[in-house]
Design a protein. Structure first.
Length: 436
């Protein structure tokens, strides 16, 4: 595991201590900020940014806005927004008191909700203009095509639309009118459940898409087949998992020139700190080691595709790395089990990535019974951990914290593990891209 993290440019995680017999009483839920993210996908299926907010829900009680802003600062959201889109909900009071200023960055968009304001249009437009004057970009939810609302739309960079707020004909008509009247305005649609819904909104001219569709199987891939490079990777993963000898590994790699090239690239990556060039496969295997190679192959599965799915696969890799790292670091389990939880996080999206049923994939791989059980049935000792990750990803924070309590996990540790896993994945993506 440490070799793989060195390859990714991350420091090794020290061995976790054994959990104490008597757990420390957790802080009250309403005192714990939990940073939540939702993916934003662009027209090319790239994960171009996130909507960020922070909550501390106990019986549905949201976090105070000033505490939310502090939590987003601590999670280094402004640093992220220097490179990619960060959509952040904002109240009109926050504008008045300048609470948004620490989160300003080149790609920050502050989201105002028209439905929560009873101000006349003139006063609301004044607040929005002041926000723009501070250097901010604006997104607006709850838009209307009424003539008196035009000054608000003229001040926006983006509008956020929810598919379920309208009938399909009304939604299509709204998009058409917005496109005609405000051609420079970016349209973002939230609440998309499937790739079919995403394609529908894309065909109507929308720019950005949100919802759980990214991590669902695409019906258009129902007849998909795993390509040869990925089949080679699966064969290598099986050999590594069963402790096969080096000659057997070499025989598989030699059948795939692309894999030969990839292994040499990984072995010669700057992170390995070699003074001489690795020129043979045997040397490459020795440099990489089995554990580093296993994880590298798992990551590379997301980057071996071709054609129209490449951008989508890279987006899935970002989600998978964040999920895997969270699973690995959210508990005090022994190192071997944390390694398997990392693997669960990566493999949990393989069916979406490859467009084939999970049962077919699991049947072709050598996996432990515990990993097979969670991937096929969401059960077994790793089942609660995967469910915990999914609940946080889907903004079910209250349910996630309840589950964590039943599992005996430290809530403070969880609130730190989420943002840390996200930052680790961002660094890992840059490092692995450089090594490919």
């Amino acid at each position: 595991m440490s070799l793989f993290k060195r390859w990714l440019g991350a420091a090794p995680q020290p061995a976790a201590p054994v959990a104490p017999a008597v757990p420390v009483p957790p802080r009250p839920l309403d005192a714990i900020p939990v940073v939540v993210r939702a993916e934003i996908i662009d027209q090319r299926h790239r994960l171009c940014g996130y909507r960020f907010h922070a909550v501390a829900r106990q019986h549905g009680t949201p976090l105070a806005e000033n505490a939310m802003m502090a939590a987003l600062q601590e999670a280094r959201v402004p640093e992220f927004a220097a490179q990619r889109l960060a959509l952040i909900p904002l109240s009109l009071d926050a504008v008045t008191f300048g609470r948004h200023l620490p989160l300003l960055a080149p790609h920050t968009l502050f989201l105002l909700d028209r439905r929560h304001s009873e101000l006349p249009v003139e006063q609301l437009a004044g607040r929005m203009a002041a926000l723009r004057d501070s250097g901010a970009q604006l997104a607006l939810r709850g838009v209307s095509l009424a003539p008196e609302e035009a000054p608000l739309l003229a001040l926006c960079d983006m509008v956020l639309l929810y598919l379920n707020d309208h009938s399909l004909p009304a939604f299509q008509a709204l998009i058409k009118q917005l496109r005609q009247r405000y051609p420079a305005l970016k349209l973002c649609v939230d609440g998309l459940e499937s790739w079919n819904e995403q394609r529908m909104c894309l065909s109507w001219g929308c720019d950005y898409f949100m919802g759980p569709f990214l991590t669902t199987r695409d019906e258009a891939d129902s007849s998909a087949k795993v390509d040869q490079s990925r089949m080679t990777s699966i064969e290598l993963l099986n050999l590594l998992r069963t402790e096969a000898q080096l000659p057997a590994l070499l025989d598989v790699v030699k059948r795939d020139p692309g894999m030969t090239y990839q292994l040499l690239q990984w072995a010669n990556a700057p992170a390995n700190g070699l003074g001489t060039q690795v020129t043979s496969l045997q040397q490459a295997f020795l440099v990489l080691g089995r554990n580093q190679l296993y994880r590298a192959l798992t990551v590379s599965m997301f980057r071996l595709g071709a054609g129209s799915h490449q951008e989508r696969d890279e987006s899935l890799l970002e989600v998978a790395l964040t999920r895997a790292r969270f699973l690995e670091t959210c508990s005090h389990l022994p190192a071997a089990q944390r390694d398997e939880l990392f693997l669960v996080g990566m493999l949990s999206l393989f069916d979406v990535l490859l467009g084939v049923p999970m049962a077919q994939l699991v049947g072709s791989m050598q996996l432990s019974p515990e990993v097979r059980e969670v991937l096929l049935e969401n059960r077994g000792p790793y089942g609660p951990y995967l469910m915990l990750a999914l609940l946080f990803e889907r903004d079910k924070v209250e349910r996630a914290l309840e589950l964590a309590g039943r599992m005996g996990l430290d809530v403070d540790r969880l609130t730190q593990a989420g943002p840390a896993a996200f930052l680790w994945a961002q660094e890992a993506l840059h490092s692995t891209a450089a090594a490919n």
